[in-house]
Design a protein around this ligand. Structure first.
Ligand code: NDP
Length: 221
């Protein structure tokens, strides 16, 4: 199995690398800095430098993966942005940082990824339940929520555009103990990734365009 993990320096991305590697997959993984790239190499991955918020960096990915045919692609890179409660307007800088990473990044990456997929490939984005409009209970982190709702829209369109070629899904990874999720989160990264790998192995073309919890439960948009 040939796997591409976008944004694998730490947290959930790095755990995807660890688990797919243990399962014997060939891994290509991306990170932004040299120390993280070295760490990925130590985990047996082919490590590529990529900043998903940088147009030139993303367009360089096309020739780096030229000739590859990935069975599984995970777009994991994401940022949380400012902690707000209620209606606090974001600064333009915060808006750009969150939207460029969480939305523009996948929109720039997906056309290139589409050229490097094995037939029947599975493509997933790490979205968030916080992006669900139907499941919302409060307005905390509204910029992050807006970005993940937009990311879900992008993945739905990718599912339509890649019908017959790949199964494209959005994930909520659970509330996970990482730098982003914090020490008080519900589950550890190993549990989250084991669940999502099981879902990725099981999904069928008819599931394309769906939003899944890490444990396989379907989530409302
Ligand atoms: P972390 O903050 O621990 O890690 C974020 C990862 O994204 C790092 O590898 C980081 O790289 C990378 N990244 C951020 N910006 C960029 C960029 N511009 N280019 C390339 N890589 C980038 O987060 P988690 O591991 O917890 O989260 C992973 C994904 O899961 C995110 O998309 C997040 O929104 C989502 N998620 C997480 C939840 C949780 O509870 N943890 C809950 C719901 C969703 P670097 O080290 O270079 O900064």
């Amino acid at each position: 199995m040939n796997v591409l993990i976008i944004g694998a320096s730490r947290g959930l991305g790095l755990e995807f690398v660890r688990q797919y590697r243990t399962a014997g997959a060939r891994i290509t993984a991306t990170a932004r800095d040299e120390a993280a790239l070295e760490r990925l190499r130590e985990h047996g991955a082919r490590a590529l430098k990529l900043d998903v918020a940088d147009a030139a960096s993303v367009s360089g990915l096309a020739w780096l993966v030229d000739g590859e045919r990935f069975d599984v692609v995970v777009i994991n890179a994401g940022v949380l942005g400012p902690a707000t409660s209620g209606l606090q307007a974001p600064t333009e800088a915060d808006f750009d940082a969150v939207m460029h990473t969480n939305v523009l990044g996948p929109m720039r990456l997906l056309p290139q990824i589409a050229e490097a997929l094995a037939l029947g490939a599975r493509v997933a984005i790490l979205s968030s339940r916080m992006g669900s409009i139907a499941l919302r209970g409060n307005a905390d982190h509204w910029l992050y929520r807006a970005s993940k709702a937009a990311a879900n829209s992008v993945m739905k369109d990718a599912a339509l555009a890649l019908a017959g070629q790949a199964t494209v899904i959005s994930f909520h990874p659970g509330w996970v103990r990482t730098d982003m999720g914090g020490a008080g989160a519900d589950i550890d990264a190993a549990t989250s990734i084991a669940g999502m790998r099981t879902v990725l192995a099981a999904v069928k073309p008819a599931d394309s365009g769906s939003f899944f919890n890490y444990d396989g439960q379907r989530l409302a948009w």
